[in-house]
Ligand binder design. Structure first.
Ligand code: TXA
Ligand code: MG
Length: 372
């Protein structure tokens, strides 16, 4: 935790101008939450948060995808704190966040023409590029790999924080390792209060699932994690792109082999092509206690132990709501969450990938149940 003093001086228009002085550092014991306007971020909380970063502290901030937990990517001690606060395995590298193209030169060893093309089309936005690691970045960010994953988030609070801190931020999703990513400040607070210094509350995130991760160090480029920018869109922009085969997945993108996105409840996923009855599956599950249901049909079961969250059958609605639904159903005491899948086309591929990873059972068209 940073000790600091803040002097707030009001100018003649009544606008707050501030001078902030850091006076020391001790282990985190208290987490401060600042409300920030996502359209016109106030200067004072951002200056404070930037100072915390400069002092080696941890700041959670909103992006357009999910909340990130930021630390100075050039400081080994700060990055180590991120792994500790999240209880994140040390072999799972972090994504570096930059505020613009100039900062990228400090992060990556080289930026080829394919990268330039993608950057000019998709940044700021939910596309993470894997490039050669630049010398300023502490190797710990990349879990010892000689590459870095980097993106420029499309969120004013995030961009302003990085600019004020004057350093690229190593920032994984702001949740305890293995838990659903945080899509609002309350989710961050539930997982990380007392473990981090500051939470910048900029309201709910717009997209709701994590960025697309594309490895540009292999030929052709390889999609390591599907996201809002789809495989089809990437191929339209740069030509051939491979999709990481599942067996090789764990070697190329270390993070993907760890359990992910999981609520405490067991998740049973019914794929979109299943022709049987979700209602019957639900009735069966209700024999064992409280059941949460996330889907696009009302199951019409009159049982107080069933908690239903009904969403439109669209990738964007599922993406925005799925993590918060998981967290809400955990709080309602659900032992199992039944999820009705959506089509895995285009943006739906990213949503279904998250759901399959969270699930311990997947029910498909052949009524075959895959236990994991
Ligand atoms: O939308 C997002 O990407 C969010 C926000 C906060 O920006 N961040 C996020 O970070 O989802 P995280 O740590 O939860 O996921 C990072 C993913 C992991 O799967 C990790 O293995 C992969 O990126 N990754 C990071 N560095 C890598 C590298 N050098 N090579 C391959 N994969 C890498
Ligand atoms: Mg994560």
């Amino acid at each position: 935790m940073c000790y600091y003093q803040t002097f707030i001086i009001r100018d003649t228009q009544g606008e707050a101008a501030s001078q902030v002085t850091a006076v020391g550092h001790k282990p985190v014991s208290m987490t401060q939450i600042f409300q920030v306007d996502p359209e016109q971020p106030q200067r004072v909380p951002l200056l404070l948060a930037a100072l915390v970063i400069k002092q080696g502290g941890l700041v959670a901030f909103p992006t357009e995808t999910v909340y990130g937990l930021g630390a100075d990517a050039t400081s080994e001690a700060a990055v180590q704190r991120v792994f500790k606060a999240k209880l994140r395995p040390a072999d799972n590298p972090l994504i570096i966040h930059v505020s613009g193209r100039p900062m990228l030169s400090r992060v990556a060893s080289s930026v080829n023409t394919t990268a330039e093309k993608l950057i000019s089309r998709f940044w700021p936005g939910p596309l993470t590029l894997v490039l050669g690691r630049g010398s300023e970045i502490t190797p710990m960010v990349s879990a010892g790999l000689d590459t870095v994953a980097v993106r420029m988030p499309a969120n004013r609070i995030a961009l302003e924080l990085i600019k004020q801190a004057g350093t690229p931020l190593g920032a994984p999703s702001a949740n305890l390792s293995g838990r659903p990513s945080a899509t609002c400040a309350n989710h961050v607070a539930a997982d990380l209060t007392g473990r981090i210094d500051v939470i910048l509350d900029g309201g709910p995130t717009r997209i709701g699932i994590e960025s697309t991760v594309l490895d540009l160090t292999s030929t052709p480029p390889m999609l390591l994690r599907p996201g809002w920018i789809t495989l089809e869109t990437l191929r339209e922009t740069i030509g051939p792109v491979d999709h990481v085969p599942s067996e090789a997945e764990s070697r190329k993108s270390p993070g993907t082999r760890h359990r992910h996105y999981s609520p405490r409840a067991r998740v049973v996923l019914v794929e979109n092509d299943y022709e049987g009855s979700n209602r019957e599956i639900c009735l069966r599950l209700l024999r064992d206690g409280v059941v949460g249901y996330v889907g696009h049909h009302d199951l019409r079961i009159n049982d107080p132990r069933l908690v239903q969250i009904i969403l439109p059958d669209r990738a964007e609605d599922y993406a925005r709501a799925i993590y918060s639904a998981f967290r809400a159903l955990d709080q309602q005491g659900a032992g199992v969450i039944l999820v009705e899948g959506i089509s895995g086309d285009r943006e739906g591929a990213a949503v279904m990938e998250r759901l399959r990873r969270a699930a311990s059972e997947v029910i498909t068209s052949e009524e075959q149940v895959k236990h994991r």
